[in-house]
Design a protein around this ligand. Sequence first.
Ligand code: F6P
Length: 359
Amino acid sequence: MNKIKRIGVLTSGGDCAGLNAVISAVVASAEKKGWEVYGIHDGTEGITDKVHRYEVLTTKNFCDMPWPRLSGSYLGSLNKGLRVESLEEVSKRFSQGVKDLGLDGIIVIGGDGSMNIVSNMSKNSLVKIIGIPKTIDNDTPITEFSVGFQTATQFCTTSIDSLELTARSHNRAIIVEVMGRDAGHLALHSALAGNADVCLIPEIPYSLDGIINKLKEIKARGRNHAIIVVSESIKTENGGVVTSNKNMVGEAVYGGIGQYLCAEVAKRYNEFQFRVTTLGHLQRSGVPVAFDRLLASVFGAKAVELLDKGEDNKMVIWKDGKVDAVSLSEVVKAGTTLVDTKGKYVKAAKDLGMYIGEI
Ligand code: F6P
């Protein structure tokens, strides 16, 4: 028998295009079952803070504005991590919040970090948790794709296309710094799609000489411009970490490696003029592309179906063209998914003659 009367839905971690499409799909599917939906504001803090922050969501919320087509999160999100020492205290507040709000289930739209945090927070609560993976980093384990990744890849590819045109006019090598945290998926996918000459990702060591040799080869073939795609978390040649900032729990916020490479390469090789473009938070924005919206719809409907079947502590996934679900403990155990250095994308990059590091 279906015991669910009210569920919560929240977004957690860095935003990306497609979050509102997921929220809308969850609301539509839950409404069809006659459930009430509380949209929780500001990630889990809308539950754990003393004054809970939420609003009742119905499909009417998505009539006045085309929310599924807009990026950002209608509900607000937090991307600031959680101190381990505060986990016990936060879990207590989470259980209390769930009771106060009368939630039978919560759908958490988040990345690998959020899945970890929520599965820990909910250990002492009877509420059922279902995760929906989203992130421009595409590093959530087991699922092949997370909502937001394809739109970010499209944005980076379109940016590479545009930058190639200005590089061409000025005989320049343009270094394009992209996000992705500790995984190189976004850099590699957009470098392949945009035919970049060099792609540096954290999973593969590189050398400045390797980059310069590639630039020399381009010059020797009579081309006067080049595109170098760089993932934000690659290290300096001798292993230094380049950061721009720290988040609220002291974790590194990457940024600046493009400028380092520009200075170091230009010191050793001056046949090109070098410029850096950092794509920044624009990568998390834009109209979600069709595949992200398809994932949003399919994942939203599946998450509601799982709650209806009494499932708990699961995350929906996309694998081999099918939607499925795995336990949150498997997700947490698997950790962050990095680029497979022996996989098809790295092989294609090498086969195309892209310099992808010392591999
Ligand atoms: O995880 C998504 C992401 O955009 C990363 O690619 C990036 O390193 C980080 O978030 C930036 O975080 P913030 O929201 O703190 O700027």
